[in-house]
Write a protein that binds this ligand. Sequence first.
Ligand code: BG6
Length: 492
Amino acid sequence: MPQQSASRATDLVVFGGTGDLSMRKLLPSLYLLDRDGHLDGGTRVVAVSRDGLTDADLRDKAASAVRGHHAVQVAEPDVLHRFLERLSHVTVDVGGDPSGWDDLTAALAPGRDRVFYLAVPPMISGAICRGLDDAGLVTPDSRVVMEKPLGRDLASSRAVNDAVGAVFDESRIYRIDHYLGKETVQNLLVLRFANVFLEPLWNSRWIDHVQITAAETVGVGGRRGYYDTSGAMRDMVQNHLLQLLCLTAMEPPASYDRDSVRDEKLKVLQSLRPLTGDRVAEDTVRGQYGRGSVHGSEVLGYLDEPGGPALSDTETFVALRAEVANWRWAGVPFYLRTGKRMSHARSEIVIRFREVPHTIFPGTNLPGAGSLVIRLQPDEGIHLTMLAKTPGAGALRLRPAPLELSFADTFATRSPEAYERLLTDVLAGDSTLFMRRDEVEAAWRWVDPVIEAWNGLSTTPETYPAGSAGPAGAHRLIGRTGRTWYEEERPR
Ligand code: BG6
């Protein structure tokens, strides 16, 4: 199937079009694309919901969402007007009164590209796709976009994929992992495959271990209900962290196209050594935040967050040790860690190089030396610590010194939001940065046994105070082999 290169006039139909994701991410990102000239003049957005809004209601809601978005700052009145004119609302009650499908049919123009965006819980994705099919709305070129969660285990993920796959060919399905739309995540591929010097070092001979961290200061907020059915393993590890691991560990693809890149990511997932049996207790740590203080403000513990039971074993923190069992990575631990209500919001990949094989200088095993840090957020950039001589006469003294590439300082341009990039790609028909079904299922195949093993353990997640570095168990996990998390040794 040829990939289309540029976006054309498209009817973008957003199911869940008045919901949280649409207002917080999709509409502001579409506005930014419009403002920066990346949206075809003929593209229209049809928000579908059960809300019975008029077009004017939707446009008011969208205008506030755009104005309130941090990347928009001040909405330009002419652009905002032009953007709002693209929007309309159609009420469809999926599984209920069928007349909504006729209204949707009337809202779409024949002969234009169609993208159906499912910003809805996964259990209604199948019913929406059937409804679209029954209404004759699915043209051969139509695409469908799916949001996570893509199921809550392998079986439910297969069920959702089967239901959507019954209507749309796999090449027409765009599964979003918004981490893949982040600038620095794409830059990781450029760093690895557009520079010649890293590849010879990118293996177990020169790399001691890898750390992948996604730490947030926010709690679950109003999402306690969802979170109790998910937990950090399903919410962050199964998708975002494993995708980062794939991009870090994958072999060079033959070209930058959807199947070459995704084939290589899949091989990484298939090489993950299963975490089962006793290894689950040894190599994983679960935590749950208690009360505490984040940046000086008192915050609730997870169990006090509204919308859920007073007792829950849901993990808000996970740390684990994974192994990619292949020739390149044998023996190199990949430490993955994610948590809510941590002391600092920080997402980064740390490649920790080995020490020199033979030292002629004393003290070369200094903390923090020989680390390559790919910082996804905040302060996107790449940071390499080299050992350097401290200036001065007398005894030779070494110190880790940073080589910094800050994207903000180097490129005088705004980094687009992840959704801007992903929406552009969907509109252009490029699925390289989206997850293929086999990838999603391979990830569940690895994650499911860990969750099952946790359910069988008598232990519960370790409580950590909000605003801390997570549970002590995470420090023991990495400390067992004499290693430390990067922030404890970050050169100041
Ligand atoms: C989402 C998770 O996928 O990613 C949220 O459901 C999490 O729980 C969010 O907060 C983190 O995304 P970002 O872009 O803020 O790092």
